[in-house]
Design a protein around this ligand. Structure first.
Ligand SMILES: *Cc1c(COP(=O)(O)O)cnc(C)c1O
Length: 373
């Protein structure tokens, strides 16, 4: 089935009892037991599972081509739960260029918990190979990466992981299953901040993990979800589902708009570099075209004149909103190094764009006036 159809129908059930075509939001925290002590509908208590979460998890598993999914209260809760399904003493290989929250989680919380972590340039497979130890249990991939839009070869990294009995997890937030399907390329777990493109409207925080098969590791993540308790709330699940219905359409529009914006920036005299996998001069353009169906809506660029010049551009936009996050209908602009803090490795002149669903001519006109002198 095509992803447009899956996005509209997966997890959708006409409601028994009312015939409602659009799902209701079930806020109940607890569910009635039968006289024999059983749970006739399968639900016990909201943390263990709820009707809206079941619908969303079914939908997410179908979109990514997975065996099952687990929905969380945030993207970070999903990442935390996947990594906590490992054991203290296990070794993880993670990318140098990645979502800042993931890097902080590994360094500030999971390293003290006992996880050993090596950070490598994940686009250089020889670095990944060199970092492998007998204790390596998981390789973390994020592609395209934040904020430099580096492209990692998911199939090649998954092969390296499997050759040593490790698993490969891929943060697919910036691509979405419309653009890229890591499980089909060999990854074992896909992680999402559903806060971004899947929710798609900047009004819900959420996360998800989707699993290629239901094995012991998957079981452990589901256990961290229900025992740890960072589960997605019913209304949040409903909002993410509502967003997913239009995801394929939105990703096409985000990609088209971002391509226009990237081409404009690449030709601008004040711009020293544009990082966008859809541009033919991106260092991994061929790989991007191979594993991504669309270039997606995220990019970053560098302005000549250093940090103050790039801050100046962000200060002058009128249509773009100066804010963090991404994947909503409105375009956002962000000076990235200053939000990541003093330990950032992001270039100080780098600006990140989340290109929204406005008309690309209006977005380009806004950047054009902001880039004047
Ligand atoms: C936003 C984001 C996260 C974290 O998600 P939250 O919902 O903010 O916790 C993780 N990975 C990537 C790539 C993100 O963009």
């Amino acid at each position: 089935m095509h992803i447009e159809t899956t996005a509209v129908h997966a997890g959708r059930h006409i409601e028994a009892g009312t015939g409602a075509v659009t799902p209701s939001i079930h806020l109940a925290t607890t569910f009635e037991r039968a006289e024999d002590g059983s749970y006739p509908q399968g639900y016990i208590y909201n943390r263990l599972g709820s009707p809206n979460r079941t619908m969303l998890e079914e939908c997410l598993a179908a979109l990514e081509g997975g065996a099952s999914a687990a929905a969380f209260s945030s993207g970070m809760a999903a990442i935390m739960s996947v990594l906590q399904a490992l054991s203290p003493g296990d070794h993880v290989i993670a990318p140098l260029d990645a979502y800042h929250g993931t890097t902080r989680l590994l360094k500030e919380m999971l390293a003290p918990w006992g996880l050993e972590v090596s950070f490598v340039d994940m686009t250089d497979l020889s670095q990944v190979e060199k970092a492998m130890t007998p204790k390596t249990k998981l390789i973390w991939v994020e592609t395209p990466s934040n904020p430099l839009l580096k492209i990692t070869d998911i199939a090649a990294v998954a092969d390296l992981a499997h050759a040593s009995g490790a698993i490969c997890a891929c943060d697919n937030t910036w691509a979405t299953p419309v653009v890229q399907r890591p499980l089909e390329l060999g990854a074992d777990v896909v992680v999402h901040a559903t806060t971004k493109y899947l929710g798609g409207h900047g009004d819900v925080l959420g996360g998800a993990a989707v699993f290629r098969k239901n094995d012991a590791f998957t079981e452990r993540v589901h256990n961290v979800q229900s025992v740890g308790g960072a589960v997605a709330a019913p209304f949040d699940c409903w909002l993410v589902m509502r967003g997913i219905r239009t995801l394929p359409l939105r990703m096409r529009a985000h990609s088209e708009n971002a391509t226009r914006v990237a081409e404009f920036l690449a030709a601008h005299l004040r711009v020293s570099a544009v990082h966008y996998p859809g541009l033919s001069n991106h260092p991994s353009h061929d790989l991007a075209m191979k594993q991504m169906a669309l270039p997606s809506g995220m990019m970053s660029f560098q302005v000549k004149g250093g940090e103050s010049a790039s801050m100046g551009v962000a200060a002058k936009v009128k249509l773009f909103t100066r804010a963090t996050s991404l994947g909503g209908t409105e375009s956002l602009i962000e000076h990235r190094a200053s939000i990541e803090g003093p330990d950032t490795t992001t270039p100080p002149d780098l600006i990140r764009l989340s290109v929204g669903l406005e008309h690309p001519d209006d977005l380009i006109a806004d950047l054009e006036q902001a880039l004047v002198g």
